[in-house]
Design a protein around this ligand. Structure first.
Ligand SMILES: O=C(CO)[C@@H](O)[C@H](O)COP(=O)(O)O
Length: 224
């Protein structure tokens, strides 16, 4: 049964003190740290690249969950592996050979994730289910934090969970206390949240609520 992993999105943190923000999230109970890598081409925004991951990883002992919102994701695998990335999650829409790319990521020593945008059918990743370490089902159009959670993406999570009971399934975009039930009930176990964690009055409590809901639902799913 896959357990809950809560991965705060650093996109909502203060980039001027990024290492301190990462440590703050770990101190509040974060399991992973979600790093949003945007190239201004695959998505209409630019954030960070391997040099920043490299500097951060020298100051941290944390699992770096790198969401590669980039065109040509093949190009950055070795740089991110050297920089200390733990998981390299590329978009299925950005590659012609996802299977070869997963092999390349594994050979470089990282876990491999495959992300799907809201309008991309889940059928595009089904045949990779036994090969990828994680599937990221986006619940907003990638590019910016602070958008509305798209509940209409939950049938994709359900379909994936039904077929792959042990797979890490991550959801990302607009996740908050008001909608964690929907994501957890659908079968997601890796929860990315930026705004709802960074703006919470009680960050530890918010992370714990996400974790509890996911683990309860995973226990129910395991009994079915
Ligand atoms: O990948 C993305 C946006 O492209 C996300 O990681 C968001 O940054 C999550 O932020 P919130 O929607 O939780 O504010």
């Amino acid at each position: 049964m896959p357990i809950a992993k809560i991965s705060p999105s650093l996109l909502s943190g203060d980039f001027g003190i990024l290492a301190a923000e990462c440590k703050r999230m770990v101190s509040h109970g974060a399991d992973w740290l979600h790093m949003d890598v945007m190239d201004g081409h695959f998505v209409p925004n630019i954030t960070i690249g391997a040099p920043v991951i490299s500097c951060l990883s020298k100051h941290l002992d944390a699992f770096l969950d790198c969401h590669m919102m980039v065109s040509n994701p093949e190009k950055w695998v070795d740089d991110f592996a050297k920089a200390g990335a733990s998981l390299y999650c590329f978009h299925i829409e950005a590659t012609n050979d996802a299977s070869a790319l997963i092999d390349k990521i594994h050979a470089a020593g990282m876990k491999a994730g495959v992300a799907v945008k809201p309008k991309t059918p889940i059928s595009t990743v089904m045949e990779l289910g036994h090969k990828m370490d994680m599937c990221l089902v986006m619940t907003v159009e990638p590019g910016f934090g602070g958008q509305r959670f798209m509940a209409e993406c939950m049938p994709k999570v359900k379909e994936l969970r039904a077929k792959f009971p042990e797979l890490d399934i991550e959801v990302d975009g607009g996740i908050a206390l008001e909608n964690i039930d929907k994501a957890a009930e659908a079968g997601a176990n890796v929860i990315v949240a930026g705004t709802s964690i960074f703006k919470a009055e009680d960050i530890t409590g918010t992370i714990e609520t996400f974790r509890k809901k996911v683990n309860e639902e995973q226990a129910l799913l395991a009994k079915k």
